[in-house]
Design a protein around this ligand. Structure first.
Ligand SMILES: CCCCCCCCCC(=O)SCCNC(=O)CCNC(=O)[C@H](O)C(C)(C)COP(=O)(O)OP(=O)(O)OC[C@H]1O[C@@H](n2cnc3c(N)ncnc32)[C@H](O)[C@@H]1OP(=O)(O)O
Length: 225
């Protein structure tokens, strides 16, 4: 009995070392606790209002939820993306969802299949500061990439960004709400061309950024590495 327990423990240790070799992040103490835990994790839909959402974000959310009533638009829950993640990394998540409520990326996306459009309502929190008082360009690029990425992935399946071209026209005040409006312009074989703009929430008067992007549908015959 004692011997079989020791052997089982040794096997577990070997498996863990191999996993840590393949995925160095598995050495991170918090991730390791989560990954090696047997606790069942219930995914939380983070694309729903929480107390950190401003009045503007709630107002826009309510307006889009109304548009969903006739079926032309649908709200995209946050946790569905995890379907793409391998079993060992089932605790992995889009890094935009790793912050506590209100500190990082607060957002919800809506999709219109007829128009092949994705709209993201986004409120960037204090941890996303670049120039004092304004959002970091990388945070803006991240949300643009995520929005056009979803717009490409729904019709295209498994896609990756090959090119993302952004013009930053005005700085975005920290904690303000913006609307990221993206659309699929053209598909050529495995290539999906998309465009997108970022405007101030509610009035949409200020054009903050414009972007174009190319996504490639992955070829199942080709290795990514
Ligand atoms: C539900 C999911 C939600 C997702 C939301 C999150 C979205 C986040 C998305 C990302 O951030 S992905 C991470 C950043 N991107 C990468 O790391 C991709 C790195 N690049 C690659 O792995 C490969 O370059 C890529 C898979 C994109 C393409 O490689 P392939 O070998 O499959 O394509 P190939 O080289 O055969 O090119 C296919 C076509 O695309 C064209 N192409 C490829 N890269 C291009 C490029 N950069 N610019 C212009 N054209 C390009 C290429 O010329 C060719 O055109 P033609 O068919 O007309 O000959």
């Amino acid at each position: 009995m004692m011997r079989s327990c020791t052997a089982a423990l040794r096997t577990l240790r070997v498996l863990r070392c191999r996993l840590e070799g393949a995925f160095p992040a598995a050495r991170h103490p918090v991730l390791a606790r989560r990954w090696f835990s047997t606790e069942k994790v219930i995914p939380k839909d983070q694309a729903l209002p929480n107390p950190s959402w401003s009045k503007d974000l709630r107002l826009l959310f309510d307006q889009f939820m109304k548009k969903c009533e006739d079926g032309s638009w649908e709200r995209l829950p946050s946790y569905k993306n995890s379907k793409l993640v391998k079993e060992q990394l089932s605790q992995a998540q889009l890094f935009t969802r790793g912050y506590e409520d209100g500190l990082g990326f607060e957002y919800v996306m809506f999709y219109n299949d007829d128009e092949k459009r994705t709209v993201c309502l986004f409120q960037g929190g204090p941890y996303l500061q670049g120039v004092p008082g304004f959002l970091h360009g990388g945070a803006i690029a991240t949300m643009i990439d995520a929005t056009v990425g979803v717009c490409a992935a729904i019709p295209g399946g498994i896609v990756m960004t090959a090119n993302l071209n952004i013009n930053f026209k005005r700085p975005i005040p920290l904690c303000s709400v913006v609307v990221i409006n993206s659309q699929l312009d053209k598909i050529e074989g495995r290539k999906l061309f998309l465009s997108c703009d970022v405007r101030s929430g509610v009035d949409e008067k200020i054009l903050y950024s414009e972007a174009t992007s190319l996504f490639i549908k992955l070829d199942p015959e080709k290795s990514l590495t």
